[in-house]
Write a protein that binds this ligand. Structure first.
Ligand code: LLP
Length: 380
């Protein structure tokens, strides 16, 4: 349950993103400690939440930045990350974005196609620079997660497929303004079955042998992010099991001497610290349940509409006996629904409703559809 006094909440307009910075700090400290046991480097995936106070905590805990657009690179640098701690991935980096990242001398471009390598080489050459790159390889490992957040299958647009690698090496031999420093993988998001990461390790080991057989030394192995969180029991499991996660890589990843392992975690670091708070606008009779119509909608949290994802919903105000409600937003779309037949205490106009686990891919995915105002954030 959200740790906030209702009188304090009354002072604020809703919808409102509420962030528990204490929980965030505990989460980051745990991740840092567990990754530190193996000297692993964690880059925070800014795409999960790029708010300045969140980035400040990431920086304080010594994480680098994983970016997927020029503006994310800019946000990382403006918020104090050193350019040597910034990686830049994405299948569609524009020339302007590449030029900007080259000018900033970022640590590494994670490259996803042959054509991108050629363009990066050309742009780096024009600037008289050498771009450090990792090849993002598509390992064809099934992440067992929602199909919209699966990225490591050959049918997905991400990464370079194994059957293209030989020709990529031939190309790299000709590109003089690019330096290959590592390989990169990211197979999907909200992965809760850890054996998926074990399968990834097996594939990474195979790729490592493939490169070693060709006398190519790779300093950096980046295994991406993807660790899932418990959307069903946010209170019981507010901090993901980082010990099991990093321990598994330690157990199954076979490293060559001197190699550095990198991770790109987003959701696991920030999801549980954020709650979307809303007021009930209206209660309306439905066919089998009533509708609780909130002042928050898919414009503030699109995950249920986009991925049919579950978020725990609670009434912070009412203690009355329970009833069932379809909890919906005000947007003119039938998919604007946070949950069907949700058990809640009897709910009335003006009650506060908390939607949990909204810290990752909540505020960053907000839109102003229906010309809605941007909701504010409150940091506890
Ligand atoms: N690295 C790369 C290259 C990525 O594409 C992503 C996420 C991450 C790291 C971080 O993954 P995480 O640790 O957060 O799972 N909007 C969706 C999630 C999209 C994830 C996109 N890529 C959602 O709300 O579930």
């Amino acid at each position: 349950m959200l740790n906030i006094d209702l009188h304090e909440l009354q002072q604020h307009a809703t919808p409102l993103y509420v962030y528990d910075l204490n929980l965030l700090r505990q989460t980051l400290q745990t991740a840092k400690t567990e990754a530190g046991k193996y000297n692993y480097h964690v880059h925070y995936a800014l795409k999960a939440n790029a708010n300045a106070p969140i980035l400040a905590e990431m920086l304080q805990h010594g994480f680098g930045a994983d970016c997927v657009s020029g503006n994310e690179v800019k946000a990382a640098l403006e918020n104090g990350f050193g350019s040597e701690d910034v990686v830049f991935a994405g299948v569609g980096k524009s020339d302007a974005e590449i030029n900007y990242a080259l000018e900033q001398d970022i640590f590494c471009f994670n490259c996803e196609s042959k054509q991108e390598l050629e363009v990066l080489n050309e742009l780096a050459e024009k600037k008289g620079k050498t771009a450090r790159i990792a090849l993002r390889i598509n390992p064809n490992v099934n992440a067992n997660t929602h199909k919209y957040i699966t990225t490591g299958l050959e049918e997905n647009k991400f990464g370079i497929n194994a059957w293209e690698l030989e020709s990529v090496l031939e190309l790299l031999a000709q590109l003089k303004s690019i330096e290959l420093i590592g390989i990169h993988f990211h197979i999907g998001s909200q992965i809760t079955d850890l054996t998926v990461f074990k399968n990834l390790c097996t594939r990474v080991n195979e790729f490592q042998d493939w490169f070693a057989a060709r006398n190519i030394r790779l300093q950096h192995i980046n295994v991406g992010g993807g660790l899932g969180v418990d959307y069903y029991h946010p209170e019981q499991q507010p901090i993901p099991d980082f010990a099991a996660y990093f321990g598994l890589f330690h157990q199954f990843l076979e490293l060559k001497p001197g190699q550095q392992v990198h991770f790109e975690l987003g959701r696991a670091l920030v999801a549980q610290c954020g709650t979307l708070v809303s007021r009930v606008l209206y209660i309306k009779k439905g066919l089998s349940t009533n509708f609780a119509i909130l002042d928050a909608g898919m414009t503030e949290l699109i995950r249920p509409a986009l991925y049919q994802s579950y978020h725990k919903i609670e009434n912070l105000t009412s203690r009355e006996p329970e009833e069932r409600y379809d909890v919906v937003g005000p947007i003119c779309e039938s998919s604007d629904c946070f949950g069907k037949a949700v058990q809640l205490p009897e709910t009335s106009r003006g009650d506060f409703i908390a939607i949990s686990t909204a810290g990752a891919y909540g505020e960053v995915m907000a839109s102003n559809y229906n010309l809605r105002e941007k909701a504010k954030a409150l940091y506890l």
